[in-house]
Design a protein around this ligand. Structure first.
Ligand SMILES: [Zn+2]
Length: 289
């Protein structure tokens, strides 16, 4: 079964999806009729492309809309990030649930590719026009032949715990409201990801960490990140916020958590997994009866 009917598409403007105003958020994933998109927007502002699924079993029809185009009457935009947060509901297990994770990953893939498509119209080397390659998912310069693949920017996010059963949470000046989250930062060329964890933690809050362990990862197409989640143990130092990105940071236990990031993010998932450790396996319960 196709992800979308052939007659339907996702219309992206940056990381937002353009949909008819009458389309409820929970139905955005069903796509928008291609005919409606072509009728509503100037053809010069709409670029059609198809995103192959990773397993190549299907393609997702998409449009990339010029970023300067406003929503016309009868249309609205919604951020893919908001859809992710709304699509997940906490089922009490401590793990994000609700919207099928597979469906969200498809939307995130399309969102990531849509932004790359709109940013790679011209060759970054000679300025020539790029066309889609006929042999692989890439764009090829029509002048110099340079091949460009979708850009992915790795970033780490780390849950640091101490011997008092607390985790470190920090408020970044970019965060809305009074949200506190885990330390995160971009990978630098030449590092291994464990180096990135140690460097980012020291740069942002002045602490040393040990026992850096990979936990899980998440595609985060805002605009093109791969978030790689780790845990680490506090190894020394006093909290000293960099004052550039991090305005405040502190240790929190399960009973005094501040406002934390919304559902749908790996930050939320890593915090929830710590807050509510997995229930004992049923086999253990039955063995004690
Ligand atoms: Zn070129």
């Amino acid at each position: 079964m196709s992800v979308l009917p052939l007659s339907h598409s996702f219309i992206f403007r940056g990381s937002e999806l353009m949909v008819p105003s009458c389309c409820e958020n929970r139905r955005v994933f069903e796509g928008t009729p291609v005919d409606a998109a072509r009728a509503a927007f100037n053809p010069a502002d709409l670029l059609y492309f198809e995103v192959p699924l990773i397993d190549k079993s299907d393609v997702i029809p998409c449009f990339s809309l010029n970023k300067n185009v406003s929503a016309p009457a009868g249309w609205r935009c919604i951020s893919a990030r908001v859809l992710a947060a709304e699509g997940f509901v906490d089922d009490g297990s401590g793990v994000d649930a609700g919207l099928a994770a597979g469906l969200l990953s498809i939307v995130f893939r399309a969102c990531h590719i849509a932004q790359w498509v709109s940013d790679s119209v011209f060759c970054g080397s000679c300025g020539g026009k790029n066309n889609f390659s006929s042999s692989e998912f890439a764009r090829v310069c029509t002048v110099c032949g340079r091949i460009e693949y979708p850009r992915v920017s790795p970033a780490i996010i780390v849950r640091i715990s101490n011997d008092n059963d607390e985790i470190l949470l920090a408020h970044d000046r970019k965060f809305s409201g009074n949200v506190y989250s885990l330390i995160a930062g971009f990978y630098e060329a030449g590092e291994c990801l464990e180096d990135t964890v140690e460097r980012e933690v020291f740069e942002e809050v002045g602490l040393r960490v040990r026992d850096v362990r990979f936990i899980s990862s998440q595609s985060w197409p805002f605009p093109n990140s791969l978030m790689v989640g780790f845990s680490a143990k506090y190894a020394g130092g006093f909290i000293c916020c960099d004052g550039v990105e991090i305005e405040d940071a502190g240790w929190f236990n399960r009973g005094n958590l501040p406002q934390i990031p919304g559902h749908g993010s790996i930050a939320r998932r890593l915090i929830e997994e710590w807050r509510r450790p997995p229930a004992p396996a049923s086999g253990l319960l039955s063995a004690t009866r």
